[in-house]
Each structure stands twice: as structure tokens, then as C-alpha cells.
Design a protein around this ligand. Structure first.
Ligand code: NAD
Length: 282
């Protein structure tokens, strides 16, 4: 039987509608308008597109977003100064530094300078450590969105065997921890894993975050598995996932498309985190 599609766009629209209402309620009771400030260094075209999408989503949810544009040759100290200013600005609830950064800037130093209470990307070591130890935190947006997508299937995560391909700090590691916290048994695979296909073929939940178009085909997939494709690859001006969608949908139980799967949820979770930060710091 063909897999059911997890429609990230529709789920995302529903959550955005509810966020919009909560923002309205917050404002009506005299609370602040949640605000995200994005620092964009240089003129990477993909980053420009992402930032534009974020701005539009914030506007539509009734929140403020402000983009601070800095030249590609900006000195690291100038970025740190901006972060310090935003950390101290009561009207700013979320701070995001768009990655990748130009080579003269150390992304770790930059992320570590953000006030963890305003770290709506959830990349600061304080938030990562709180996630690791099961404490309340600002969770990274893509993995947070993935958990929501899996929950939307109505299938339990509890007791399932989950395999994650990819061990990055922004997707692979945090999604593995979140699946673990939801009582899955988790295996993390990466570029040096041997016997990848065999490991993946046992997974009830397979999360793929590699960055290689159509890498995962039916040989990696168990009948009826939930397959989450995080990959975004631009091939001949089209967006392609890491999973061979046409093939795998014949075998999986559930599958996310690209585009329209994980992608829209990432921005939606950014909206949610910014609202959360604004409500906490009222
Ligand atoms: P990354 O490059 O930091 O990490 C890729 C991971 O894949 C590494 O851990 C590496 O070990 C693993 N890998 C590479 N080749 C492999 C192989 N042959 N076999 C097994 N593992 C292999 O990437 P990332 O930042 O985690 O992103 C992964 C993908 O997800 C990219 O396509 C990225 O564009 C996409 N992404 C999408 C969203 C979204 O919102 N949908 C968000 C973040 C990243």
C-alpha cells in the first residue's frame, strides 16, 4: 500500500493560525508584540530567501521582525556588538544569526554570545545542555518540527526503534535526543557508519538529514516505516530531498514530501519559540 503523506504545509498553516491567535491575545492583555531580530552578514542568495520567508511569516502572525544587514567583510567584533545591543533591548525577544557566516567570523563565538533566553534557534550551549538533560528550554526549530510531524501521524513514538542519519548540531543530534526523550530507542548514523542500509531497514522511524539528493531508496526502508526527509538539495533549480520520494512512498507507511514537509515546520517552530520567549520575558 502507498504511504500516507505527512503534509507539513497544512499542519504548519494550522499551527501558524493558532500562534497568530495567541499573539493577538497577548497584545490584547497589554503584553508585548513578540519581535525577532535577524542578523544577516553578507549576501548569500539562499540566506536572503530564508530571511525573506521568515519576515513574511512573522508579519502574517502579527509579530515584528527586523533584519540587520551587515557587509560580507564585517569584523566579528561588530557582529558581537550588535548581539550585545539586542541582548539588552527589552523589545527584542528573539535573536537569530543567519548561517552560514563568512569565514572571518566564528559561528560558535557568535552563537555563544546570544542571551540563551533569546536564542530562538535553540543553538546556544545552555539550551543544548538543557535539552540534553531533559530540562525546559528553547528547542531547535527543525527537530522540534519533526517531532510535531511524527505526532500528527497519530502513531506513538514510545517504544519504537528510530534511526537518524546525520549527526549535525542543528538536526541529527537534537532530533536523536528528542526521540529518546519521547521513549524511542535511537541509533545515530553518519558518514562513517558501516552497514547503513541494514541499520535503517530495521527502523520504525527513519529521519534522514544528510544533504545528498535521493540518497535513501527502498533498500533502506522497512515496510510501513515513518520516513522523515529533512534534506533540501537544489538540483536543476528544483528542491529535492535526501529520500527518493517516488520509490520510498511505495514501501513506507508515512512520508514527508520535499518541499512541503519539514521545511515549513522549521519557520513555524521559530514563530512558536519567539512567542514563547516573549511570554517568558514579559
Ligand atoms: P550537515 O552537512 O551538517 O550534516 C550532514 C550529516 O550527514 C553529517 O552528520 C554526515 O555525517 C552525514 N552524512 C553525510 N554523508 C553521509 C553518508 N553517505 N551516509 C551517512 N551519513 C552521511 O547537514 P545538516 O545541517 O544536518 O543538514 C542536512 C540536510 O538537511 C541538508 O540538506 C540541509 O539543507 C537540510 N536542512 C533542512 C532544514 C529544513 O528546515 N528542512 C533545516 C536544516 C537542514
Amino acid at each position: 500500500m502507498e504511504a500516507k503523506i505527512i503534509d507539513g504545509k497544512a499542519i504548519s498553516n494550522r499551527i501558524r493560525e493558532s500562534i497568530k491567535q495567541k499573539v493577538e491575545e497577548l497584545k490584547n492583555k497589554g503584553g508585548p508584540t513578540p519581535e525577532l531580530d535577524v542578523i544577516l552578514v553578507g549576501d548569500d542568495p539562499a540566506s536572503e530567501v530564508y530571511v525573506r520567508h521568515k519576515e513574511r511569516a512573522f508579519r502574517q502572525a502579527g509579530m515584528n521582525s527586523n533584519v540587520i544587514r551587515m557587509d560580507a567583510d564585517t569584523h566579528q567584533d561588530a557582529v558581537l556588538e550588535q548581539i550585545e545591543r539586542l541582548n539588552n533591548d527589552k523589545n527584542v525577544h528573539g535573536i537569530l544569526v543567519q548561517l552560514p557566516l563568512p569565514p572571518q567570523i566564528d559561528p560558535r563565538l557568535i552563537i555563544n554570545a546570544i542571551d540563551p533566553k533569546k536564542d530562538v534557534d535553540g543553538f546556544h550551549p545552555v539550551n543544548a545542555g538543557r535539552l540534553m538533560t531533559g530540562q525546559d528550554c528553547l528547542e531547535p526549530c527543525t527537530p522540534k518540527g519533526i517531532i510535531r510531524l511524527i505526532q500528527e501521524t497519530g502513531e506513538q513514538i514510545y517504544g519504537k526503534y528510530a534511526v537518524v542519519i546525520g549527526r549535525s548540531n542543528i538536526v541529527g543530534k537534537p532530533i536523536s535526543l528528542m526521540l529518546l526523550q519521547n521513549d524511542a530507542t535511537v541509533t545515530i548514523c553518519h558518514s562513517k557508519t558501516s552497514g547503513l542500509e541494514d541499520i535503517c531497514r530495521r527502523a520504525d522511524i527513519l529521519v534522514v538529514a544528510i544533504g545528498k539528493p535521493n540518497f535513501v531508496d527502498n533498500r533502506f526502508v522497512k515496510d510501513g516505516a515513518i520516513v522523515i526527509d529533512v534534506g533540501i538539495n537544489r538540483v536543476n533549480n528544483k528542491l529535492i530531498g535526501d529520500v527518493n520520494f517516488q520509490e520510498v512512498k511505495q514501501k513506507a507507511g508515512w512520508i514527508t514530501p520535499v518541499p512541503g514537509g519539514v521545511g515549513p515546520m522549521t519557520i513555524t517552530m521559530l514563530l512558536e519559540n519567539t512567542l514563547q520567549a516573549a511570554m517568558r520575558n514579559e
